[in-house]
Each structure stands twice: as structure tokens, then as C-alpha cells.
Design a protein around this ligand. Structure first.
Ligand SMILES: Nc1ncnc2c1ncn2[C@@H]1O[C@H](COP(=O)(O)OP(=O)(O)OP(=O)(O)O)[C@@H](O)[C@H]1O
Ligand SMILES: [Mg+2]
Length: 250
């Protein structure tokens, strides 16, 4: 009976993944077309605004100064649109994973080394509890770095007054587990159901693509990601990456 229930749950999960993959493939191809249509006029705007800006800078008139500040606003908005487009494409594009057997500790080291200067300036201590004999996993290091970076940046942003980010790795059956533990704000009950949604953000300048992108990359590796959190105490994101060839057996 228990076996049957487990098998059914696995089947449902596989079905869900297949549906999601199909949906994302569709979204990806739509996005490609749309992005192409938007990108060219945007770069025309970008270029012409720059030319206008250069022309107006040569003039001393009051009008020119006023126009310059308007152009600055327009250029800022164009830049923002370009960024939104890039973020969306990063999320929606289909990637062919370049898989290699690697030690996840090394990938994490790179991400954390990159974050350390900015984090320590903001009073965030980063500590590593890496398993010395971590099994290698078949991963796309570049893609995985992006996923880890998104999680680590969120942790950093959740600790505006400083705190601690602890990253643990360990061997578990059929894979490796990574925990990202922060002592930040935590996530409210109200926000929690939405954090994986595309474009959900509780931040003023957030796009809301960080976590959906991270999750997508981890699921492309047939891994999982989950969250535990307590308001005022902190948050822990737990990632599982399979190491066995029969990756679906997790
Ligand atoms: N470690 C964390 N601590 C507290 N809240 C978090 C943490 N990680 C994610 N969140 C919550 O989940 C939301 C979604 O995160 P996500 O990374 O997708 O978007 P974002 O960080 O708001 O914007 P972006 O990553 O696109 O710049 C965040 O706005 C925040 O409310
Ligand atoms: Mg984020």
C-alpha cells in the first residue's frame, strides 16, 4: 500500500514535470519571437537618444538643459526595458545543458568568493560547511552558478543590517544536498505561496525572476529545491541534486 502511494506520487510528479517542460518550451519559443520584435526598436531608441543627448550637450541654451534631463529619463526607461527583456529571456530561453561531472563544492566556492567582498561590507558573514568527500554530480556549472547566485543574492538582500549566511553540503542517498541558511527577515505566510511565481517580488526594485529561474535550472538537472522559513529568524533553501545515472529515482 505504501509502495503504491509512493509510486503514484512519483508518477504525478513526473507528469507535472512533463507538463511544465512543455509549457516552458512553448513559452520559450513565444518569448524568442517577441524579444526579437522588441529588441530592434529598443536599440533604435537607445541609439537615437544617445545621439540627441550628444547634440544637446553642445548647446548652452536653457531649453537644451531641460531637454537633456528629459532625455536622461527616457534613456533610463529604455535601459530598464532592456534589462527586463534580458531577465525574461534568461528565464524563458531553452538551454542545452552542458553536463560534466563536477564537485558542487567548487561551484559554490566560486559563487561565495564572488559575493564575499560585497557581503562583508554589508556586515554579512559567509561561512561554509562543505562535506569533504562530496560525491561528484553531473551538472552544467555555468547554469548552476546562476541558480546558486540568485539564492545567495536573496539571502544577502534579506539581511540589510548584516547577519550570517551558512552554506552546507552533504552526501545523501542518490545525490548531494546543499543548504543555504540565512539569518534574515524570513518570509511571511502571505508571501510564501508566491515566492516561486514569475514576477512576484516583495522588493521595490526586484524583478521577481530570481527564484523561478533558480528552480528552473535545478529542475533541469532533475533536482529539487524547497524552503523553510521563520519570520524574524531566517530562511533555509535546501537544494537536492541527483548523482545517480537513473536520476528519476529520487
Ligand atoms: N532568503 C530570503 N529571505 C527572505 N525572503 C526571500 C528570500 N529569498 C526570496 N525571498 C522572497 O521571495 C521573493 C522572490 O524572490 P526572487 O529572487 O524570485 O525575486 P526578487 O529577489 O524579489 O527579485 P529579483 O531576484 O528578480 O531581483 C522575494 O521578493 C522575497 O520576498
Ligand atoms: Mg532575487
Amino acid at each position: 500500500m505504501v509502495y503504491f502511494v509512493k509510486a503514484l506520487a512519483k508518477l504525478r510528479q513526473a507528469e507535472r514535470r512533463a507538463r511544465e517542460a512543455e509549457r516552458l518550451a512553448y513559452l520559450g519559443s513565444l518569448a524568442g519571437g517577441l524579444a526579437h520584435e522588441i529588441k530592434n526598436p529598443l536599440s533604435t531608441l537607445h541609439m537615437n537618444l544617445q545621439l540627441l543627448d550628444e547634440d544637446l550637450r553642445k548647446s548652452e541654451s536653457k531649453h537644451a538643459r531641460r531637454d537633456l534631463s528629459r532625455i536622461a529619463v527616457l534613456r533610463g526607461e529604455v535601459r530598464r526595458l532592456e534589462e527586463v527583456l534580458e531577465d525574461f529571456l534568461r528565464y524563458a530561453r531553452r538551454h542545452q545543458l552542458e553536463l560534466k561531472k563536477q564537485n558542487v563544492n567548487d561551484i559554490l566556492d566560486e559563487v561565495l568568493d564572488f559575493m564575499t567582498p560585497e557581503a562583508s561590507q554589508g556586515g554579512v558573514r559567509i561561512s561554509r560547511g562543505f562535506a569533504p568527500g562530496l560525491q561528484s554530480a553531473l551538472v552544467d556549472a555555468g547554469r548552476l552558478k546562476q541558480a546558486f547566485l540568485n539564492i545567495v543574492i536573496n539571502a544577502r538582500q534579506a539581511m540589510p543590517d548584516g547577519g550570517e549566511l551558512i552554506v552546507h553540503t552533504r552526501n545523501v542517498p542518490n545525490g548531494v544536498q546543499i543548504e543555504f541558511i540565512d539569518t534574515g527577515t524570513g518570509i511571511s505566510d502571505e508571501d510564501l505561496p508566491h515566492i516561486w511565481d514569475v514576477y512576484f517580488s516583495s522588493k521595490q526594485t526586484g524583478t521577481g525572476l530570481g527564484l523561478p529561474t533558480a528552480r528552473r535550472i535545478i529542475e533541469e538537472h532533475e533536482g529539487t529545491i524547497r524552503v523553510d522559513t521563520e519570520v524574524g529568524k531566517g530562511t533555509c533553501f535546501t537544494v537536492f541534486l541527483p548523482t545517480k545515472e537513473s536520476k528519476n529515482d529520487t
